[in-house]
Design a protein around this ligand. Structure first.
Ligand SMILES: [Zn+2]
Length: 496
C-alpha cells in the first residue's frame, strides 16, 4: 500500500503536476495510474445499491434480517460505520465516486449537466494500466449520456425500459417524462443485472477487471416480488402497496402509522431481494476461484427519507437518512476480516482507497484520501470533514459533517442549521445561535468552502458555457424525458 499525501497538502504537488502540462487525457490517466505490470493486479468489483440506507442493514444494527449476505461480506472484510455521500441523489454521487471530487468540483450537479470529458475517472485510470472495464447500470440517471461511462470498455443498460425508449424514438414519437419516470420506478432489474454480470464474468475472468454493478430495485417504487413483499409484514391488510411512491398523495407525513410501517417493510423487502442477488454474485466469484484475487466494495449512492423530517424520497435534503450510506470492503489478505471502523469515510475516498489496495500509485488530483491505513490500525493522512451538496431542482444546500456535529447551509448565505450528532443523531433539534458548538461549525464551513475553492483552482473548472449540453444531447435527454423542453431539470416530483 502506498502512502498518501494529506489531501490538502497535496494541492501544491497537484499544481506542479498541472504545470508539467499533461495534455493528452490517456497519458494523464497512465501517469496517474502508474504502469505496474498487469499480472499481479487484483480484480475490482464495485457494487452500488441505489437508495440503500446504512441503518436498514443487519450489519449496521438493524433489527430485521434484511441483509444476510451483505452482513457476511462485512464479516469477511471491513465495514465503515460512518460513510457519507457527496449528495442525496444518484448522478452527482456516482460522479463523485468515479472522480474522487466533491460535486461542485466535478461539476455534474444536475440532470442538464454531464461529467466533463476533462475529468479522469476510476475506470479510465484502471483501463490505462491494463484492466478490462465494464459497467452494468439499471436506473435512468446512470445513463452514459451524462458522461459517467468514461473509461468503460463496455457500459450496459439493464433497465427494462431501454427497449421501450428505443422503440418510441424509432416511431418518431418523443417519450413523455412521466412515462420514463413511471417505467423506471416500476422497473425490477436485479435478475437482468445478475444475468449480465454472470455471463460477463464467465467470459472475462482471466484478465484483471474492474466490474461496476449498479443495482436499482431498492429505489422506489417499493414493490419487491414474492416472497419479499410479505417477508417483514405478513399480516398487513391495508391499502399501501408500495406503488407510485412519489406520486401517491396518500403516502404523506400524516399517513396512519400502521401504513407507514408497512411501507417501510416493503422497502426492507426490496433490500432482502437485492441482498439475495448480491449473494449470487459473490457465490459466482467463489465458483470461479476469484475470491482471493478480487477486491469487493459495496456501497450506496444515498438513502431515502421516510418522513423523519416530513418528506419522502431523496434529492430534497441533506439529513443523515439520505447521506449516510453503507461502505464495505473485502479483500482477503489485505483487509482484516470483521474490522469495524468508526472514522468518517466519504464518497470521494473510495477512488484513492481502491487504487491504494490495488497497489497502484496514489494520485494527487482527487480530494479524497486512501482509507487503507485504518486497516492496519494507522491514522488517516488528511482531514475527514465530509462535504455534501445539493444543487438541483431549485435547492442549494451544502453540509459540513464531522462525527460529532453537522451544519447544513443554504449555499451562499449565512442561513444554517447545526446539530449535535452525539446528543441528537436524528437531527431533530437545531442548535441555538449562541450554542458553544456554533464557532466550531462556522470554522468547519470556512475550512470546507476554502477546500472547495482551492481545488477549483487545481481541477480545471467547467465553465458555464462548456457545462451546457450540446444540442444533440439536450434533444436526446428531452426525448427521454430527463429534462423539460426548457432544459431545466424537468420539474420532477421525485428523483431518479
Ligand atoms: Zn440513486
Amino acid at each position: 500500500m502506498s502512502g498518501r499525501l494529506p489531501g490538502w497538502a497535496a494541492l501544491a504537488l497537484a499544481a506542479s503536476l498541472a504545470l508539467t502540462g499533461c495534455t493528452d487525457k490517456d497519458d494523464q490517466a497512465r501517469a496517474k495510474g502508474g504502469a505496474r505490470a498487469g499480472g499481479s493486479l487484483p480484480n475490482i468489483v464495485l457494487i452500488s445499491i441505489d437508495t440503500l440506507r446504512a441503518d436498514h442493514l443487519g450489519c449496521y444494527g438493524y433489527e430485521r434480517k434484511t441483509s444476510p449476505r451483505i452482513d457476511r461480506l462485512a464479516a469477511e472484510g471491513a465495514l465503515f460505520e460512518n460513510m457519507i455521500s457527496s449528495t442525496s441523489w444518484t448522478l452527482p454521487a456516482h460522479a463523485a465516486l468515479f472522480t474522487g471530487l466533491a460535486d461542485s468540483v466535478h461539476g455534474c450537479l444536475d440532470m442538464d449537466q454531464r461529467l466533463d470529458e476533462s475529468r479522469v475517472t476510476l475506470a479510465e485510470r484502471l483501463k490505462a494500466v491494463g484492466y478490462a472495464t465494464v459497467g452494468f447500470f439499471s436506473g435512468p440517471a446512470m445513463h452514459s449520456i451524462f458522461g459517467i461511462a468514461q473509461g468503460f470498455d463496455q457500459y450496459a443498460d439493464c433497465t427494462s425500459f431501454a427497449s421501450m425508449t428505443m422503440k418510441t424514438l424509432a416511431s418518431g414519437r418523443s417519450l413523455d417524462g412521466g412515462e420514463i419516470r413511471q417505467a423506471a420506478h416500476a422497473d425490477i432489474t436485479n435478475p437482468r443485472v445478475y444475468q449480465e454480470v454472470q455471463s460477463w464474468l464467465r467470459q472475462n475472468q482471466h484478465r484483471p477487471f474492474f466490474l461496476f454493478i449498479h443495482m436499482w430495485d431498492v429505489h422506489a417504487d417499493y414493490i419487491p416480488p414474492p416472497p419479499y413483499d410479505r417477508m417483514f409484514d405478513p399480516d398487513y391488510e391495508g391499502p399501501v402497496t408500495g406503488k407510485d411512491f412519489a406520486t401517491d398523495s396518500s403516502i404523506n407525513a400524516d399517513m396512519p402509522e400502521r401504513d407507514l410501517r408497512h411501507l417501510i417493510a416493503l422497502y426492507d423487502g426490496e433490500i432482502a431481494w437485492t441482498d439475495h442477488h448480491v449473494g449470487m454474485i459473490l457465490d459466482d466469484l467463489d465458483t470461479l476461484g476469484l475470491r482471493q484475487s478480487t477486491i469487493v466494495t459495496l456501497l450506496s449512492d444515498h438513502g431515502d427519507e421516510h418522513f423523519e423530517h416530513g418528506l419522502k424520497g431523496h434529492r430534497k435534503t441533506l439529513y443523515d437518512e439520505v447521506i449516510r450510506v453503507p461502505l464495505i470492503i473485502r479483500y482477503p489478505g489485505q483487509v482484516p476480516p470483521g474490522r469495524r471502523l468508526a472514522e468518517q469515510a466519504r464518497m470521494i475516498d473510495v477512488l484513492p482507497t481502491l487504487l491504494d489496495l490495488a497497489g497502484l500509485p496514489s494520485t494527487n488530483d482527487v480530494m479524497g484520501h486512501s482509507l487503507t491505513p485504518l486497516f492496519s490500525g494507522g491514522k488517516l493522512a488528511g482531514d475527514t470533514l465530509a462535504i455534501s451538496e445539493l444543487f438541483s431542482e431549485g435547492r442549494r444546500l451544502r453540509s459540513f459533517r464531522r462525527l460529532d456535529r453537522k451544519v447544513i447551509y443554504i449555499a451562499g448565505t449565512q442561513r444554517a442549521r447545526g446539530y449535535n450528532l452525539l446528543a441528537d443523531p436524528g437531527e431533530q433539534v437545531p442548535l441555538t445561535a449562541n450554542s458553544p458548538w456554533g464557532k466550531l461549525m462556522i470554522e468547519d464551513a470556512r475550512l470546507g468552502n476554502k477546500w472547495l475553492a482551492d481545488f477549483q483552482k487545481i481541477v480545471k473548472p467547467v465553465s458555464v458555457a462548456s457545462g451546457e449540453l450540446p444540442e444533440n444531447v439536450r434533444r436526446q435527454l428531452e426525448s427521454l424525458g430527463y429534462i423539460g423542453a426548457s432544459g431545466q431539470g424537468g420539474g420532477q416530483t421525485d428523483s431518479p
